[in-house]
Write a protein that binds this ligand. Structure first.
Ligand code: FAD
Length: 484
């Protein structure tokens, strides 16, 4: 992982002003902005084509503050409300400077995406769901309209989705519809890309300035000189077992919501130059169940107790399940709830799990599921009693979703039904400069996307990754282009 000294490189095989490692969302945004700032840009991509995890993604981009899409859908928002929400929901430990810059620049960033050709359909999708039913462009995607955030900041939907065609993941899904126009824009601006090119080391001048990379392409070593700067945009460490074991062990042996190229190389290479890291234990966590079911029932842990308001962002429920409830949770719902959710759900079958146990009474259900005697019964008694009065004083689920659960009850077995990706990474400044552990920028080195610790420090909202990856990716490209 140690950098090479520039003096030891005899010949440079390739040269550009700005060298971008990784052609996912952060790399594409960096390439566009570096080229627009007048730099000659070379992207090195380990895979056989552009896209990264971004092209497979659902496509949520977390934006707000009053974007044209929000306004077209009839929603008011402000940068202040957005920043207040993000500081509360992305924490603890959210980066105030990054979030403030992100909130301030969000409207312009949306316009930039549109200008690059990313399509958005001005239709709001208001149902509880992981994703919209079809190609709707705007959704709540972080629990903004649920407890406690609805009282902390004025709620507004901020999940912006590129218009999909038939939701065909990897071909016409939201992430692909984001990536394709960005890459086409980069190509129009003259950005060159080399595929099958995996960066392995950084190269530094005697004064410490990063001036290139060494890559491997089909077994051959390739030296690449960067006249102005190197941008690391190679994704997270979700597929590096050693790093997961050291930093985010609860993700080990879980399905990773990423691609295997996310091996943490950027973090390691920059750490070898003294870079700092942050929030390495934070993870996005998906719970494999449609929110239409979650919201109508109660989520209980292995003690038969509720632990979260079921109407919040399902990723928040997933994080609570994995990190605080030992990944052992159950959804309890009555027949009416199952039937109603089944009627309105637009989710794929894999997210519409059937109950593993159905019983006439709560006691029988508790016995079948192995919950401690009396616990589920007590939970239901308290929940139902309050629900009859339209209240949830324990966890504050909104009144419109409260209804006593009666009659035959079913329990969906959600033990182990989570997956996720690592959120931690390199410490960067608001201009995407990689920061040394002493707080100073490492000259010539920039980073964005999930190689960095972005706006999500612990909590998460759908869209935070494509959002901060594209936003700070642009800054990384621009900073590198204007360096020196
Ligand atoms: P990527 O987009 O993955 O790009 C990194 C690129 O670097 C890759 O192309 C990779 O091949 C390349 N690379 C890696 N190592 C090297 C190397 N050594 N040399 C050269 N190149 C290298 N996030 C959201 O915000 N909204 C969503 O709706 C959403 N949905 C998702 C759905 C799925 C199924 C998955 C898997 C993820 C989803 N995510 C979503 C997460 C999001 O896709 C990623 O967090 C995001 O793409 C990270 O951006 P990035 O630029 O850092 O990485």
């Amino acid at each position: 992982m140690r950098p090479y000294a520039a003096a030891d490189i005899d010949t440079w095989d390739l040269t550009a002003d700005v060298v971008v490692a990784g052609y996912g969302v952060a790399g594409a945004a960096a390439a566009v902005e570096a080229a627009r700032a007048g730099a000659e840009v070379l992207v090195l991509e380990r895979a056989g084509g552009w896209g990264g995890a971004a092209a497979l993604a659902g496509g949520f981009i977390y934006l707000g503050g009053g974007t044209a899409l929000q306004r077209a859908c009839g929603f008011d928002d402000s940068p202040e409300a957005m920043a207040t929400f993000l500081m509360a929901a992305m924490g603890p430990g959210a980066d105030a400077a990054k979030i403030s810059a992100y909130g301030e620049g969000s409207v312009a960033h949306f316009d930039w995406l549109v200008e690059c050709g990313v399509p958005f359909k001005p239709v709001f999708y208001g149902e509880p769901a992981w994703e919209p039913a079809a190609d709707e462009g705007l959704m709540y995607s972080g629990g903004e309209n649920a407890h406690p955030f609805d009282e902390i900041a004025e709620p507004a939907p901020r999940g912006h989705l590129p218009q999909m065609e038939n939701k065909r993941t990897g071909e016409r899904g939201g992430g692909y519809m984001l990536m394709k126009p960005l890459v086409e824009t980069a190509e129009r601006l003259g950005v060159k890309a080399h595929y099958g090119m995996r960066i392995e080391r950084l190269v530094v001048e005697r004064d410490g300035r990063v001036c290139g990379v060494v890559a491997r392409s089909y077994g051959e070593r390739v030296t690449v000189r960067a006249r102005r700067g190197v941008v690391l945009a190679t994704g997270s460490f979700t597929y590096n077992e050693e790093m997961l074991a050291a930093h985010a062990p609860l993700l080990l042996d879980r399905p990773g919501s990423a691609i295997e190229e996310h091996d943490g190389i950027a973090v390691k290479l920059a750490q070898a130059l003294g870079a700092g890291v942050a929030h390495m234990d934070a993870c996005e966590v998906a719970l494999h169940m449609d929110p239409q079911y979650l919201i109508r029932g109660i989520m209980v842990n292995a003690r038969g107790q509720r632990f979260i308001n079921e109407d919040t962002y399902p990723g928040r429920i997933g994080q609570a399940a994995l990190f605080q409830q030992d990944n052992r949770t159950f959804l309890v719902l009555d027949e009416e709830g199952f039937e109603e959710a089944g009627r309105v759900s637009a989710a794929p079958d894999v997210l519409q799990l059937r109950p593993a146990w159905v019983c006439e009474t709560a006691s029988e259900l508790a016995a079948e599921t192995g919950l401690p005697p009396g616990a589920l019964e007590a939970t239901l008694e308290v929940y139902n009693g309050h629900a009859e009065e339209g209240q949830d004083p324990l966890l504050h689920k909104a009144a419109r979703w409260l209804r006593p659960l009666r009659g035959p009850l079913g329990a969906v077995d959600l033990r182990g039904m989570t997956s996720g990706f690592a959120l931690g990474g390199l410490t960067t400044g608001t201009d995407a400069e990689v920061l040394h552990v002493n707080g100073e920028p490492i000259p010539g080195l920039y980073a964005a996307g999930r190689a960095t610790a972005g706006i999500a420090a612990w909590g998460y909202a759908s869209g935070a990754s494509l959002g901060d990856g594209s936003f700070f990716g642009r800054r990384a490209g621009r900073s590198a282009a204007l360096n020196g």
